[in-house]
Design a protein around this ligand. Structure first.
Ligand SMILES: NC(=O)c1ccc[n+]([C@@H]2O[C@H](COP(=O)([O-])OP(=O)(O)OC[C@H]3O[C@@H](n4cnc5c(N)ncnc54)[C@H](OP(=O)(O)O)[C@@H]3O)[C@@H](O)[C@H]2O)c1
Length: 258
């Protein structure tokens, strides 16, 4: 796929995997729309990438954990007359620890961001892509989508939703020349663990590796891609193990240390 002159909208573009998506696409000469809450960080990134690569970069500060944020974002890109050729639904966060140890409101905010906003943005931006018979959507899921993860329970369930939803849409829209793909990273060195209050696993990929794998998947018009061979093996092994056993093993890995 040639991204030269195309426009990509990236949510969660201020740091981490989203920032890497922006850097990768800027090198490919794509124009960018960066969306997250931290406006200053995105403005710095936008200035750097526009200057270095001679591309157009728009910044839209938005809290996508709020109801109606997706509709407001779509209205804003319409107002700015921006056509989105690639949508990357990357913004997301996790909640570590036992379910009852975090407030209901924080759990609902996570579901709003990881699921509801993602579905809304997919609905809003997919429609014009299908009408043009051109476009792509990357929905960032996780290897946590492949089995229940105790002590990250609502988060892993949210990513299972993203994986299942994306794979279904892949089949519905591929005949319209639009690829909807779920990206499933394993542990990746970003702010994710600090936000989730979970200890980072020892073997982590870099966000650059994850983004490289995402575009390999997209070039192959895949329904999903698991980033990294070890992560692929882990996800496959879960399919062979009895579900209760897989859940107990995942729980032993994520149970907070006393
Ligand atoms: N790191 C991992 O090990 C890992 C593994 C599998 C999947 N993932 C997934 O990868 C995606 C990116 O995470 P990351 O690892 O890059 O984590 P990160 O470094 O914490 O980045 C998260 C991004 O999401 C944005 N964000 C968070 N809440 C938001 C909100 N309410 N509204 C708008 N933007 C919001 C953040 O920007 P602001 O704070 O500026 O709003 C930030 O840009 C997430 O969906 C995550 O679940 C991560």
């Amino acid at each position: 796929m040639n991204w030269n002159g195309k426009t990509a909208l990236i949510t969660g573009a201020s740091v981490g995997i989203g920032e890497c998506f922006a850097r990768y696409l800027a090198k490919e000469q794509a124009n960018l729309i960066l969306v997250a809450r931290r406006k200053e960080k995105m403005e710095q990134l936008a200035a750097e990438l526009a200057q270095k690569h001679g591309i157009k970069v728009e910044v839209i500060a938005a809290d996508l954990g709020k109801p109606d944020a997706a509709k407001q974002l779509f209205a804003e890109t319409e107002r700015r007359k921006l056509q989105v050729d690639l949508l990357i639904n990357n913004a997301g966060f996790g909640i570590g620890g036992a379910f009852l140890d975090e407030s209901l409101d924080r759990n609902l905010e996570m579901i709003q961001l990881n699921i509801t906003t993602l579905v809304a943005l997919t609905h809003l931006y997919l429609k014009p892509m299908v009408a043009r018979k051109n476009g792509a959507i990357i929905n960032v899921a996780s290897t946590a989508a492949f089995q229940p993860v105790p002590f990250l329970g609502a988060y892993s369930a949210s990513k299972a939703f993203v994986l299942s939803f994306s794979e279904a849409l892949w089949e519905e829209y591929r005949e319209h020349n639009v690829t909807v793909m779920a990206l499933c990273p394993g542990t990746t060195s970003t702010e994710f663990f600090e936000v989730a209050k979970v200890k980072e696993r020892t073997v982590a990929q870099t966000p650059e590796e994850v983004v490289e794998n995402a575009f390999r998947g997209l070039r192959g018009k895949r329904s999903h891609i698991i980033s990294g061979f070890m992560n692929y093996l882990m996800a496959q092994s879960n399919r062979l193990a009895p579900r209760q056993l897989a859940t107990m093993i995942a729980g032993s890995l994520f149970r907070p240390k006393k």
